[in-house]
Design a protein around this ligand. Structure first.
Ligand code: NAD
Ligand code: LMR
Length: 338
């Protein structure tokens, strides 16, 4: 996986991207993530149509983004009445809709508001673009992905190969922090981050990082690095002091994940990624973020997690109860009904 990652990174510098013609919809496009993400997607050579949906402010965002001199055609859609048109024909739907954390909150504290938003959007996808790939950013990801899956399942259109919880920001952060420590270009750093997307469920496998962490790092320093990656979202929430959570780094991460999806969809061969998907990788946990190989139809392979050192194994065991609780909470929310 690390080798495939490195080869892809090198290849992406050498090979100009081949254009494809996909429609991508962003749901929550006028928000803190949605706006910079829409801007980055407008620069993608893989997108022919960019559909920007929100319950507020999309006419302004769409007008603004549409003036960029890049090929994708941009259309704004405002309010629930326009959701069907926003989704019709979409190949990839990216969802940053929902409220963000304030200092002192956990991601799970967002459940009460965001679960309903995600359920409504899942019903829209089931009705209007049931074969689209879906990338969910809205927190708590550990629960919103199971919610989405349950809605699609009840509508008879679930294909778990095409449903992803976006955990790319955890990988991006791990790459950034490790690159500072080892003094490498972040593009040359690869490190698996597996599990889920909240606190202890975020498991960076530092022992598999390439380049390796310096042998001089003590166990305490490695533990501190792991904790920093796990708490990086909180670091941003605290720094923003009530003005929301990560938006710009998240937009970068989501654009990178979208790029991987569209390259795989376009048949560019096996594309390596990490995402939170329905999985049997870990016994007893029906969803887990693992190294993946993406192909034309979505997830082609869920790859092994690889060896863990003692600190990682301990964290792996410690996350299981919390992750399973979040998964069940999402599933039960849909089972209970509106
Ligand atoms: P934000 O409040 O700035 O933007 C959210 C947008 O969603 C707003 O424009 C709002 O109008 C819109 N929205 C609300 N209800 C909607 C609905 N029913 N349909 C369509 N749009 C709707 O928040 P943000 O900072 O952009 O964060 C969005 C979400 O992403 C939060 O839940 C946050 O916790 C999460 N997030 C996840 C990650 C991750 O790594 N997965 C990283 C950062 C943030
Ligand atoms: C993040 O990791 O930055 C996001 O999940 C937002 C948050 O609430 O931390």
């Amino acid at each position: 996986m690390a080798a495939l990652n490195r080869i892809q990174k090198i290849a992406s510098h050498l090979d100009p991207p081949k254009p494809h013609k996909f429609k991508v919809a962003v749901l929550g496009a006028a928000g803190g993530i949605g706006q910079p993400l829409s801007m980055l997607l407008k620069m993608s050579p893989y997108i022919s149509e960019l559909s920007l949906y929100d319950v507020m402010n999309t006419p302004g965002v769409a007008a603004d983004v549409s003036h960029m001199s890049t090929a994708a055609r941009v259309k704004g859609y405002l309010g629930a009445d326009q959701l069907p048109a926003a989704l019709a024909g979409a190949n990839l739907v990216i969802i940053p809709a929902g409220v963000p954390r304030k200092p002192g909150m956990t991601r799970d504290d967002l459940f009460n508001i965001n679960a309903g938003i995600v359920r409504t959007l899942a019903e829209g996808v089931a009705a209007h673009c049931p074969t689209a790939w879906v990338a969910i950013i809205s927190n708590p990801v550990n629960s919103t992905v199971p919610i989405f899956a349950e809605v699609l399942q009840r509508a008879g259109v679930l294909d778990p190969k095409r449903l992803f919880g976006v955990t790319t920001l955890d990988v991006v952060r791990a790459e950034a922090f490790i690159s500072e420590i080892v003094g490498a270009d972040p593009r040359d750093v690869s490190v698996p981050v597996v599990g889920g997307h909240a606190g202890v469920t975020i498991l960076p496998l530092l022992s598999q990082a390439r380049p390796s962490l310096p042998a001089s790092m003590t166990a305490e320093q490695r533990k501190a690095l792991m904790t920093r990656i796990q708490d990086a979202g909180t670091e941003v929430v605290q720094a923003k002091a009530g003005a929301g959570s990560a938006t710009l780094s998240m937009a970068y991460a989501a654009a990178r994940f979208a790029d991987s999806c569209l390259r795989a969809m376009g048949g560019e061969g096996a594309v390596a990624e990490y995402a939170y998907v329905r999985s049997s990788a870990v016994e007893g946990l029906p969803y887990f973020s693992s190294p993946l190989r993406l192909g034309r139809a979505g997830v082609e392979d869920i790859l092994p997690l690889g060896p863990m050192d003692a600190m990682e194994s301990e964290n792996f065991e410690a996350m299981k109860a919390e992750l399973l609780g979040s998964i069940r909470k999402g599933e039960e929310f849909v089972a209970k009904g509106p």
